[in-house]
Design a protein around this ligand. Structure first.
Ligand SMILES: NC(=O)c1ccc[n+]([C@@H]2O[C@H](COP(=O)([O-])OP(=O)(O)OC[C@H]3O[C@@H](n4cnc5c(N)ncnc54)[C@H](OP(=O)(O)O)[C@@H]3O)[C@@H](O)[C@H]2O)c1
Length: 288
């Protein structure tokens, strides 16, 4: 794992596309939640801390990152030219300014952006590079159980794709997308998705409390149930509707609950909610 950030050469036809062993640093631009999740994942997977550099203006965040052993830069400087890969993890509205400051020092690097809604067209322009990848992770990345949808510009080589996989793997699963437009759908389903699961948990906790359970017990029951159902679904080849049918015997308690949800249009409301997130992701992308 430690040697994945070699500067990429253009691959030859037939190259097996494994990244060149090298110890060039990974430059994280922005050291907030998402960058920290990725850095912690890489550290857990054996990447030496000194190979992780982070540009972060906030003093408190700097101290936290230094505590992890990372090399922290308060502002971009010429040393960044050593980085093979730059991972852009600042807020979307800050990205043009951060790019103007750091990109001149990162010529030749592979660029990976996790900024929601910022298109590769904008990134290519701001970064002055065609070797640009967009990823949409989600918050379970913090515990290595996230999932990212990832789109690479056509100029990104298979060896560079392998580098992207090495960087994102510690955050959980990833899926490559053939079309950038699909990142808006990924944002709507899995990017915002953890909040939908929390929303479901909230309602289950409230209902449990309403039925007389102590709040802590209701919370434990709801959380473990959503987590357990997720783990069960992940470990099964069956689609969710089959798993649901298996625990829904006619006339039973689960059947009563699902019938009530269907009568209330819960499924349709959830589909509208995902569509609303999708529309918002598209609008943010057009504004970038
Ligand atoms: N968190 C998620 O679940 C999630 C999921 C998918 C995608 N993303 C994307 O990940 C990106 C980062 O999100 P986040 O939640 O990690 O945000 P965050 O915690 O606010 O982290 C961003 C960090 O970048 C710093 N920063 C500001 N200007 C900078 C500059 N010019 N150069 C370098 N660093 C700069 C910020 O410092 P200050 O606080 O001083 O401004 C902050 O510490 C966003 O674009 C977001 O869309 C996040």
């Amino acid at each position: 794992m430690a040697q994945v950030f070699g500067r990429c050469k253009r691959p030859h036809q037939g190259d097996n596309m494994t990244a060149q062993p090298h110890t060039a640093p990974l430059a994280l631009i922005g050291g907030g939640n998402m960058a920290s999740a990725i850095a912690l994942g890489l550290l857990r997977h054996g990447m030496p801390a000194q190979q992780l550099w982070v540009v972060e203006p906030d003093a408190q965040a700097q101290a936290r990152l230094q505590g992890l052993g990372l090399r922290v830069l308060a502002a971009p400087d010429a040393s960044l030219a050593q980085a093979a890969v730059a991972l852009w993890a600042v807020k979307p509205q800050v990205l043009p300014q951060a790019a103007a400051q750091a990109a001149p020092h990162l010529r030749g690097a592979l660029h990976i952006s996790v900024a929601a809604g910022v298109t590769t067209a904008s990134l290519r322009q701001w970064l002055g590079s065609t070797e640009v990848v967009r990823a949409m992770p989600n918050t379970p990345a913090l515990i290595g159980q996230g999932i990212s949808g990832v789109y690479a510009c056509p100029e990104v080589t298979p060896a560079q794709r392998a580098q992207v996989e090495h960087i994102l793997k510690p955050t959980g699963q990833m899926v490559w997308l053939e079309s950038e437009d699909l990142l808006d759908a990924v944002t709507a389903v899995s990017g915002s998705g953890p909040a939908y699961a929390f929303y479901l948990m909230e309602a289950m906790v409230e209902a449990g409390v309403g039925l007389g359970l102590p709040a802590a017990v209701a919370r434990q029951l709801a959380t473990a149930t959503v987590a357990g159902a997720g783990a069960l679904a992940m470990g099964s080849n069956e689609p969710p509707e089959v798993l649901r049918a298996r625990v829904t015997s006619k006339g039973g308690t689960t059947h009563a609950a699902i019938s009530s949800m269907e009568a209330d249009g819960v499924g349709a409301a959830l589909r509208r909610a995902v569509a609303a997130a999708h529309a918002r992701a598209q609008a943010l992308g057009q504004a970038s």
